[in-house]
Design a protein around this ligand. Structure first.
Ligand SMILES: NC(=O)c1ccc[n+]([C@@H]2O[C@H](COP(=O)([O-])OP(=O)(O)OC[C@H]3O[C@@H](n4cnc5c(N)ncnc54)[C@H](OP(=O)(O)O)[C@@H]3O)[C@@H](O)[C@H]2O)c1
Length: 256
């Protein structure tokens, strides 16, 4: 699955799922602009990615930029940087997600709701708009939004997070309809993945959670990255407006 000569923006690329997506894209030959808020995290991720490799195949180039995925000035800057650095903006991976402290919907802090929606919905839309304006409208491209399998239920205290991710799922469908045939837009819904974001949830009960999963383990960032890279690639040329659930079979697990 070679993606040589293509360029991608991956938000939240300094660790976890976004880092693995950047790794997968680079190994396929695509150039990557990864972004996150913490500058040191971005620098270290870029260094690790540049030091990686060894398959003998051509690897893409990688650069990093800082900023919040919920800040439209930052998303505009990232699109301009990607164009200047690599000459195109073929792929957008809206992976950065705000996951605020647990709070009920009825008396949670309204500012937290606004911030969660800024990062999980408005930022991804701003990034796609900017990429469409400067590149995708004329040259085409592909977008993957990272949602969550949680949108199919209602996790306690996760109202802001899951409601915003459900909005991102619906936005994926609208963008897919609006931007076809030049631009494909899909989402991936991860189940529980062993990253920092979900550590408080999986670390205390990893064995039990794994045994309740048909594939008998929790997800790794690479499991999600493989789905993202496939959706971006020409192998998924007839796939748009869909959501790919990658959860180790948790949705079909027998109830215990
Ligand atoms: N892990 C899971 O079980 C799971 C399950 C379902 C869905 N997801 C989704 O998968 C995506 C990636 O999560 P992850 O588990 O890989 O998390 P992670 O390991 O905590 O990594 C999050 C990445 O996003 C960056 N980030 C966080 N908030 C940001 C913001 N406002 N603006 C820009 N960058 C930001 C972080 O760097 P900085 O902190 O430096 O900004 C980091 O690079 C999220 O959208 C999450 O909702 C995860």
């Amino acid at each position: 699955m070679r993606l040589d000569g293509r360029a991608a923006i991956v938000t939240g690329g300094s660790r976890g799922i976004g880092f693995a997506v950047a790794q997968g894209l680079l190994a396929s030959g695509a150039d990557v602009l990864l972004t996150a808020r913490d500058g040191i995290g971005v620098e270290e991720a870029v260094e690790r990615l540049r030091a990686g490799g060894g398959s003998g195949e051509r690897r893409g180039r990688v650069e990093g930029r800082t900023g919040s995925a919920g800040d439209p000035d930052a998303t505009d800057r990232w699109v301009r940087s990607c164009l200047e650095l690599f000459g195109s903006v073929d792929f957008v991976v809206n992976n950065a997600g705000a996951n605020q402290p647990l709070a009920p919907a009825v008396n949670g802090d309204p500012a937290v709701w606004l911030d969660t929606f800024a990062v999980n919905v408005h930022g991804p839309l701003a990034l796609v708009r900017a990429a469409w304006q400067v590149w995708m409208r004329e040259h085409g491209g592909a977008v993957v939004n990272v949602v969550t399998e949680g949108v199919h239920g209602a996790g306690p205290g996760l109202a802001a997070y899951e409601t915003s991710k459900a909005a991102l799922l619906q936005l994926t469908r609208h963008l897919a309809a609006e931007l076809a045939p030049g631009v494909r837009v899909n989402s991936v819904s991860p189940g529980l993945v062993r990253t920092e974001l979900a550590r408080h949830y999986w670390e205390p009960a990893e064995r039990q959670l794994a045994s309740a999963t048909p594939m008998r383990r929790l997800g790794e960032p690479e499991d999600i990255a493989a789905a993202v890279v496939w959706l971006l690639s020409p192998a998924a040329a007839w796939v748009t407006g869909t959501d790919l659930l990658v959860d180790g079979g948790r949705r079909v697990a027998p109830r215990r």
